[in-house]
Design a protein around this ligand. Sequence first.
Ligand code: COA
Length: 146
Amino acid sequence: MWIRPMLVSDIEAIKQLEKDIFGDTWSENNIKDSIESKFDYCVVIEEDYRVLAYIIFRVNADEAELFRIATDKCNRGMGCGHRLMNFMISNLRDMKVKKVFLEVRCQNKDAIRLYEEYGFKKLGIRKEYYHDPIDDALLMEGYIKC
Ligand SMILES: CC(C)(COP(=O)(O)OP(=O)(O)OC[C@H]1O[C@@H](n2cnc3c(N)ncnc32)[C@H](O)[C@@H]1OP(=O)(O)O)[C@@H](O)C(=O)NCCC(=O)NCCS
């Protein structure tokens, strides 16, 4: 199992994971734009030539936004989520980024617990922000300690 940058050749695998995991899936263009953006960091965990998990975050000056973190349903609970969060946080620390924001479905207990383990705090709620199925969005903020 190893971490490496996401490549254009990973798009098909990421599209399939998006379809299996999320209601509000990212399109091929969304994924490609992020891979090619100089502001976005897109990383995968691969094993035996298969993408198990990925993270996408954007850095804008001294702030960042976590867009996506996901692990294939068959490979959860094996540490991929922690590895990807550690990767993001250590890179943000190197870049002197101070804050990270994210939005997550209020019903998404696994993800919220993971974020809280990394010290993320609740900032507010956006009512019925998500569709398919309808859910409120929880806004969270994390501080990167030096
Ligand atoms: C949130 C998510 C990325 C965590 O990924 P993961 O690879 O399972 O993460 P880890 O293996 O590091 O485990 C994280 C925690 O979840 C627990 N966990 C999550 N799913 C589990 C499963 N199916 N089996 C066992 N444990 C599980 C782990 O035990 C661990 O708990 P701990 O922190 O108390 O030790 C994953 O649940 C996921 O892909 N969710 C759907 C996508 C999503 O909602 N993303 C966030 C919004 S963008």
